[in-house]
Design a protein around this ligand. Sequence first.
Ligand code: ZN
Ligand code: CU
Length: 485
Amino acid sequence: MTQHFDLIVRGGTLYDGTGAAGRPADVGVIGDRIAAVGDLSGASADAVHDATGKAVAPGFIDVHTHDDRALLSNPDMAMKTSQGVTTVVVGNCGVSLSPLAIDRRPPPPLDLLGDQEWYRFPRMADYMAAVDAAPAAVNAACLVGHGTLRVGAMDDLMRPATEPEIAAMKERLAEGLEAGAIGMSTGLFYRPANAAPTEEVIALAELLQPAGALYATHMRDEGEGVMDSLHETFRIGREAGVRAIVSHHKVIGKPNFGRSEETLALIDRTQGEQDIGLDCYPYVAASTVLDSSRLERSSRVMVTWSTKHPEVSGRDLADIAAEWGISQIEAVDRLNPAGAIYFMMDEADVRRILSYPHTIVASDGLPHDSHPHPRLWGTFPRVLGHYARDVGLFPLEEAVRRMTSLPAERFRLSGRGRIAVGAHADITVFDPATVIDSATFEKPATPAEGIDCVFVNGTAVWADGASTGARPGRLLRRQELQRAS
Ligand code: ZN
Ligand code: CU
């Protein structure tokens, strides 16, 4: 009897996600699972995808996103599926869309996700129910943002939280974890959280340990104080007994160029004593809300959006200020609320961090900026095509591992990140010879080249250079992930 599958991805070179070299293998899918891997030339299928000459890999996992609202407002998620991404982790940098319901404009950086109209989920369970009711093309896992908790519990963000405020935040965090969040994030750099002492974060992070949840952080300082911030992150992880993820690891500002040698050495030493992870986006420019405190450290600043002057999106702040005949700091005041791209890293640091074996590739893309940083559409193909193939930072199988099994292990996304029998059928087929990012700082919303076909839970979401319209994505809840592992 011939074996029959719903789908066979036939004739490709398999990069299974573990870092093993590519080998010829077909992949057979039944329902939403991978049912066979190997020579399936004798098998039949309802649908066959010809992957001759292509690479077949697990769908990429973007662990650092701000896609909380995009899952609802842009459910085809083309900016991610066009890169081969099949799972996103939302709620990073202390900013999550829930649990919070407010009737005034959220303070920056919460406004990166939208205005008050979008902050309408008083409990994480409400947000998750909304995603369940209108699924997106990709899977998603949620972090609870400490900044979001603070905005919901405190009338004044410029001071440490009081005992009753910590108790209120704990209650909301506990609800989020109960609903299925996989962890908590902080953005200690940002104003809504900067006044929080380490002890406040530890008090909250203690709830994570019994849940087996993780702690991810946009650290307090990525410049002069980067070593202190790493120590703070490790202390939080140690005292709360949780694994810690250093988000978008970088060293910013010219005086700090080269210091990734120090930071990676410290991360490496600590790795032996506690569970530390890190992610990185492959660009020398950062992007977030527009803030004059970042001007001095940046060689160039581009405006990505402005509520008062939408017409200047995509232009350099220096040119805008010159045109208006005012200083850049005055221009910032006139433009805000707004967002920006800041050129503030050194290429050698970016390459050193990307090359570090524990570094996960992740985008930090900002999907609602009118002229977004190109990382939103370009991160994964840029690492595959530019940094792995053209620059030769690491072999293709290693690039794939940093986008698949490594993030799945660190974030405990069981059943994802590998091509293996029994795994969920999240599959990306791409052309290793041509894959490359096309998004640039000038034209950021441009889909990549060379991503052939992308399947989520066995259903094609990206094919022939366009979204298929299918939305097979699922919310990945912590309890289900733990049960499956
Ligand atoms: Zn961040
Ligand atoms: Cu971020």
